[in-house]
Design a protein around this ligand. Structure first.
Ligand code: NAD
Length: 252
């Protein structure tokens, strides 16, 4: 496929690549995305993912902790070939950073160092107290749920505990957003993988990169609003495409 060779060539020419990922990079790890048929919205009520509902409804918090303890939200998922291909970019010294909308920790599990992963929407492995802002590993708090406490509170100040992810209605982490913007404006290649590019401000990132002169590549199953703006667009499964791209990068 000509586009695969074209993306490999862009990577070979790049010194500072940013990979921007959305839920689509993890569907082949068994984590459904939000918008595809059979995605998360066909199973859960989006209202349950708003900060307002989480704070005001004890029942919502109860079902969150129950689902977590049953392993539904913890996602014991493993990285797939797309995550490993991205990690290989790091090993080759090409990767500036991964900017991700995902909360599943799979880039780190695949071998991208933590300080190279900018998580715009947080990380499901952590829990934060809304009172004192202390963070705790999810697994530590789940011990309490498994021990019979339906809605655990903060071990330090008894405040409300929330998964350390950005729920609907919450602002993004400003510091992470600033750092992601700065990096996007300084890369020479920006590769989008598995994102619909409709959630803002995250979806501004490819535009920042393009406006600053970077090349833009998009690997996604379905069209995105920025396809017309990209140097190369590849329609297909990230887990099929990215290993093929890396095979060609390695040839030179
Ligand atoms: P989305 O659900 O809106 O879109 C995912 C995109 O990926 C779609 O365009 C789809 O066509 C494409 N896609 C699906 N499988 C693919 C594959 N195998 N290869 C290539 N493309 C594929 O997700 P989004 O745009 O990332 O935004 C939704 C928000 O949901 C994100 O901000 C994210 O925080 C959150 N989310 C995260 C996870 C996760 O952490 N794994 C899972 C679901 C949702």
């Amino acid at each position: 496929m000509e586009e695969i060779e074209r993306l490999a060539q862009l990577i070979r020419e790049s010194k500072k690549t940013i990979v921007f990922t959305g839920a689509g990079v993890s569907t082949e790890s068994g984590i459904p995305d939000f918008r595809s048929p059979g995605g998360i919205w066909s199973k859960y009520d989006p209202e349950d993912f708003t900060i307002q509902r989480f704070l005001s409804s004890l029942d919502t918090r109860k079902s969150f902790w129950k689902a977590s303890a049953e392993g539904e939200l913890l996602m014991e998922a493993k990285p797939n070939p797309a995550h490993y291909a991205i990690a290989e970019l790091h090993q080759l010294g090409k990767l500036d950073s991964v900017i991700t909308q995902n909360i599943d920790n799979l880039h780190q599990k695949a071998g991208v160092p933590e300080d190279r992963v900018l998580e715009l929407h947080g990380n499901m492995q952590w829990v934060v107290c809304l009172g004192c802002r202390s963070r705790f590993p999810l697994l530590q708090i789940l011990q309490k749920v498994k021990g019979g406490i339906e809605v655990p509170d903060c071990p330090d100040c008894q405040g409300i505990l929330k998964p350390d992810v950005v729920l609907f209605g919450e602002a993004l982490l400003q510091e992470t957003l600033r750092e992601a913007t700065r990096r996007a404006q300084n890369c020479d290649l920006f590769i989008v993988i598995g994102s619909t590019l409709v959630i803002y401000p995250a979806a501004y990132m490819p535009t920042y990169a393009r406006e600053a002169g970077a090349r833009l590549a998009i690997v996604n199953l379905t069209p995105t609003p920025l396809d017309h703006y990209a140097t190369v667009v590849i329609r297909g499964k990230a887990g099929d495409i990215m290993p093929k791209v890396m095979e060609r990068v390695r040839l030179f």
